[in-house]
Design a protein around this ligand. Structure first.
Ligand code: GLN
Length: 298
């Protein structure tokens, strides 16, 4: 009987992945092996150690899933976002590094404010809301999510990361749900934003992710229009609305926010230099009722 060491397994996985054209084969092989061997691949793998038959079988199963283009993140069941590890799996959008742009933007916009009330819409795994709760001085953070499977991941992540975030099961386009929450200093969302044409030509891996988390309607802007309509007046004075956007969507989303009366509307780039976040502020119209003020003065 041939004995295989952990290193043999990693080499064989790398070979198979390379053969099938996976570009980060060595790194993926380590992640898959780490998972099959019951070790976090980001920890240490003792290459000389011999694998058990169960571990070898488990590696083969994980490899088969990856060769079918199931996302690596679903196979290993977790992914890192802004320095913390979130549970993920089928039914919830995988946290992406692009989305970390929202966290940086929020920190820049609200970093010196205390006791913030924050609402994360279309929260999915909770990576945005939970991270903001940890990174900002928050009083209350709500994560609003409509779908049950995503909600399960959200609750798990709240528990695991010992977060005080409150999970709210609701449709973000439901005005009654919005009115059931307190007004917020920051409303943040990475809504579904892929347009109908692009939904038809998704990368194979992305087709494993929930359509509900990706599909932004015919032109991709359904959720920006809907969220701004329902939530713009759920901002406190000086409250900020902050969205993730897809490449090339900035003009339209800025326009939607400006039309809704939000001020100081601007964009922020991600690390690849793509405009990735759009933000706007609710500014109370001061001195609107000039007559009333004059009357009061007598
Ligand atoms: N960033 C994701 C993608 O391009 C889309 C996520 C979303 O629609 N919010 O695959």
């Amino acid at each position: 009987m041939v004995n295989y060491t952990y290193n043999d397994i990693i080499m064989s996985l790398t070979e198979k992945l390379t053969e099938q054209g996976f570009s980060n084969a060595t790194w993926e092989a380590r992640e898959l092996a780490g998972c099959a061997l019951g070790i976090n691949a980001r920890g240490r793998i003792d290459g000389k150690k011999e694998a058990t038959p169960e571990q070898i079988k488990s590696c083969a199963l994980l490899l088969a899933r990856r060769l079918s283009h199931e996302p690596l993140q679903y196979i290993i069941g977790e992914w890192d976002f802004y320095g913390r590890t979130f549970d993920v799996g089928p039914g919830v959008l995988i946290p992406r590094s692009d989305t970390e742009t929202l966290i940086d933007a929020a920190k820049k916009l609200c970093g010196d404010r205390k006791g913030l009330k924050v609402i994360d819409l279309c929260a999915g795994s909770g990576c945005i809301g939970i991270t903001l709760e940890k990174e900002l001085d928050t009083a209350e953070v709500y994560c609003v999510e409509k779908y049950d499977t995503a909600m399960d991941f959200l609750k798990r992540n709240i528990g695991q990361l010992e977060s005080g975030v409150k999970a709210v099961s609701a449709d973000v386009l439901d005005r009654a749900a919005a009115e059931g929450l307190p007004k917020a200093d920051l409303i943040v969302s990475n809504p579904p934003y892929i347009n109908a044409e692009d939904m038809g030509r998704l990368q194979k891996e992305v087709t494993f992710e929930p359509k509900e988390a990706l599909d932004g309607g015919e032109d991709g802007f359904d959720f920006y229009r809907g969220i701004v309509r329902v939530w713009a007046d759920r901002l406190e004075p000086d409250g900020i609305m902050l969205f993730e956007i897809g490449a090339g969507q900035e003009d339209e989303v800025m326009e939607i926010m400006i039309q809704a009366g939000l001020k100081d509307v601007r964009v922020r780039r991600d690390m690849a230099g793509i405009n990735r976040a759009v933000m706007g502020k609710r500014i109370e119209q001061g001195n609107v009722n000039l007559y009333e003020q004059l009357e009061k003065r007598g």
